[in-house]
Design a protein around this ligand. Structure first.
Ligand SMILES: CC(C)(COP(=O)(O)OP(=O)(O)OC[C@H]1O[C@@H](n2cnc3c(N)ncnc32)[C@H](O)[C@@H]1OP(=O)(O)O)[C@@H](O)C(=O)NCCC(=O)NCCS
Length: 181
């Protein structure tokens, strides 16, 4: 899959180092786990889980994003199944050097278009911590709209958990109307 500046591809077992490095930046992980992901966890849990989704949910999964001009790995974009078979969840994680270039919005729009045109879903959703303003801005710029705010209990909450979690979404009809405009 390609957009103007990005190319998406499936991860393979050979991509371990890329994922370890991405998750080693505490700033990247700030609103996810708050800390770097141990290498062993990326190797034993994160990457195998990604590969399993390709098999179990054709068309879905987490995709490595590369700059078309340089081939450099910039992070990932993903579409995950949800409890609702007609809806998918979009997510993204970019290395800090790739922030501030519009890549997250470009990749997210590409996956939303793909979800409606190829996967024929009825709804695309996304969620994040309410305090993750950069992520919320990506959601808004990608055409997702605020749906709800809720609070979850965590035994070891991240700073900002008290402000809750937010969900954004776009349904097929809204997406079609905007695509035609
Ligand atoms: C969330 C995340 C992907 C957002 O990245 P981002 O760089 O802020 O978002 P975009 O790629 O859409 O870039 C937008 C910025 O690029 C700027 N920009 C520069 N060139 C641009 C271009 N050609 N087109 C569009 N925007 C451009 C925009 O003005 C905007 O700048 P601003 O942040 O100063 O307003 C990134 O912060 C991240 O990976 N965080 C860690 C993981 C995470 O929290 N994921 C979400 C969990 S749900």
């Amino acid at each position: 899959m390609e957009s103007e500046r990005l190319r998406l591809r499936q991860f393979t077992v050979d991509d371990l180092e890329l994922l370890v490095e991405l998750d080693s930046d505490p700033e990247v992980m700030r609103f996810l786990t708050g800390q770097p992901t141990p290498r062993s966890e990326v190797e034993d849990v994160v990457l195998p889980r990604m590969l399993k989704v390709y098999d179990e949910h054709p068309g879905l999964g987490t995709f490595a994003a590369e700059e078309k001009t340089s081939g450099a790995f910039v992070g990932w974009f993903g579409l995950q199944p949800t409890a609702d078979p007609t809806a998918v969840d979009v997510g993204y994680r970019l290395s800090r050097t790739a922030w501030g270039k519009g890549y997250a919005t470009e990749g997210t729009r590409m996956l939303i278009d793909y979800a409606f045109t190829e996967l024929k879903v009825d709804r695309v959703i996304a969620d994040t911590m309410a305090v993750n303003h950069r992520s919320r801005a990506v959601m808004r710029r990608s055409g997702l709209r605020f749906v709800r705010l809720w609070h979850e209990h965590f035994d070891d909450p991240l700073p900002g958990t008290e402000f809750g979690e937010v969900e954004y979404a776009v349904d097929r009809r809204t997406w079609e109307t905007r695509s035609r405009a």
